[in-house]
Design a protein around this ligand. Sequence first.
Ligand SMILES: [Zn+2]
Length: 182
Amino acid sequence: MLLEVLKFPDPRLREVARPIQESEIDDALRELAQNMAETMYDEPGIGLAAPQVGVSKRLIVMDLDWVEEDQDRKPRILLNPEIVHAEGLEISEDEGCLSVPDFKADVERSARVLVRARTLDWEVVEYTATELEAYCFQHEIDHLDGKLFIDRISRLKRNLYVRQRKKQLRREQEDSGASDVL
Ligand SMILES: [Zn+2]
């Protein structure tokens, strides 16, 4: 089932998500993870965090090299992911986000991260990531802390985006108002 992806400035994107306990892993959580993966492929994106679909839990899905055919897809489904070590600085070019429509920006990110997480089987997994994989981990874990990539760019660029987004929302409102009259 496809889920609705919340868009900036939805306040739910700003909440710090709760860690998941082993006892919370049930069919409903597994289904949520599957639905998040399906939504990520449909959008399409390479990562999605539970707060983006209105669920305040530390759960992310990622797939950096997904394929068109459903049966060959292997999304990473990670619970309570955390960056246990980070080093170096790089610029992640043209970073974007499904929750921040029509905007991309260069973002300063750690160059190399060690990420520790749990799987749905409660196994500990670790990834040493660089480049796009490292940026994606940092981006998704930011979502779990209520942060968006636009928080990591200059105030000037962020204000430009906020103004553009407000205009866009006003237009959408006007459009829907017009259809009510018709
Ligand atoms: Zn995002």
